[in-house]
Design a binder for this molecule. Structure first.
Ligand code: GDP
Ligand code: ADP
Length: 228
C-alpha cells in the first residue's frame, strides 16, 4: 500500500484579485482538487435549488451568505474528497468560517493575493464567466477566442449579476471588515503566505515556485515549476 500525504491549501484575496485565475493554474500545475464557494453557490442558483433561490438576493446585493449555510455546504464537499489534496477558493471568508474549517482539519498553507482595490474595480466589470465550469475570462486580460463564447464547450458566457460597479464597491467593503480578520487568524497560525502585485502573470511564478517547494511529491501534485 502506498501512503499518500494530502496537502490542504486555501487561496484568499479581495474579489477580483485573481483567485479563480490562479486557482486554475494551481490545479493544472499541481493536481489539487479545486473547491470554489462562489462556483458552488452560482451552480445552485443556476439549477434553481432551494439553497440557490434563498441565497441569490444576498449574493446579488454583494453580501456574504450566512456562515452556517456556507460552512455546512463546504464541509460536506470536503468530506467527499478527504483522501485528496485540495485548494479552497472563497472559503473561509469570516473568522467563524475559519474556525468551522479548523474543527475538521488543519490547513497547510494560505495563499493571500494582495492586489490593490484600484486595480480590481475595472477587472470585474469586464469579467465573463462560463457558469458550468467556473472558467473565467476578461475582455482585456484573457478574452475568449470568440467573444461571448466559452473556448472549451462553445457555450455562451455570462456576466455575473454581482459584478456591477456599486455591488463591487459593497463587496470590497465587506472584504475589509469581514475577511481581512481571517488573514490575521492564519498569520497567527504561521501558515499565511502573501503575494503582492497588480498583475497575475507577475504574481503567478512566485506562487508556483512557493508551492513547488511546499507540496510533498507524494500528495498527488505534479510540482511542474516552469510549466504554464
Ligand atoms: N487586467 C487584468 N485582469 C486580470 C488579471 N488577472 C485576472 N484578471 C481578470 O480579472 C477578473 C477577476 O479575476 P478572477 O480570477 O475571477 O478573481 P477572483 O474574483 O479573485 O476569483 C477576471 O475577469 C480575470 O480574467 C490581470 O493580471 N490583469
Ligand atoms: N465563504 C463565503 N461566505 C459567505 N458568502 C460567500 C462565500 N463564498 C462566496 N460567497 C458569496 O458568493 C459571492 C461570490 O463569491 P466569489 O465567486 O468567491 O466572489 P469573488 O470571486 O468575486 O471573490 C460572494 O460575494 C458572496 O455573496
Amino acid at each position: 500500500m502506498v501512503l499518500r500525504t494530502v496537502f490542504r491549501a486555501v487561496i484568499m484575496g479581495p474579489p477580483g484579485s485573481g483567485k479563480g485565475t490562479v486557482s486554475d493554474r494551481i490545479t493544472k500545475s499541481f493536481g489539487l482538487k479545486h473547491i470554489s464557494s462562489g462556483d458552488i453557490l452560482r451552480t445552485n442558483i443556476e439549477a434553481k435549488t432551494e439553497l440557490g433561490l434563498l441565497m441569490k438576493s444576498c449574493i446579488d446585493q454583494g453580501q456574504l451568505v450566512p456562515d452556517d449555510v456556507i460552512s455546512r455546504l463546504i464541509l460536506s464537499n470536503l468530506r467527499n474528497i478527504e483522501q485528496s489534496s485540495w485548494l479552497l477558493d472563497g472559503f473561509p471568508r469570516t473568522v467563524s468560517q475559519a474556525e468551522s474549517l479548523e474543527s475538521v482539519c488543519n490547513v497547510d498553507t494560505v495563499i493571500n493575493l494582495n492586489v490593490p482595490f484600484v486595480t480590481i474595480k475595472d477587472r470585474l466589470t469586464s469579467r465573463w464567466v462560463h457558469l458550468a465550469s467556473g472558467r473565467v475570462y476578461n475582455t482585456h486580460f484573457n478574452p475568449p477566442t470568440v467573444p461571448g463564447i466559452d473556448d472549451v464547450t462553445g457555450e455562451a458566457l455570462t456576466q455575473r449579476d454581482d459584478d456591477t460597479p456599486d455591488t463591487v464597491t459593497r463587496r470590497l467593503k465587506g472584504y475589509e471588515h469581514q475577511t481581512q480578520p481571517v488573514l490575521e487568524y492564519y498569520r497567527s497560525k504561521g501558515v499565511l503566505e502573501t503575494f503582492s502585485g497588480t498583475e497575475t502573470n507577475k504574481i503567478w511564478p512566485h506562487v508556483q515556485a512557493f508551492l513547488a517547494r511546499k507540496i510533498p511529491s507524494s500528495s498527488g501534485g505534479q510540482a511542474a515549476a516552469g510549466k504554464n
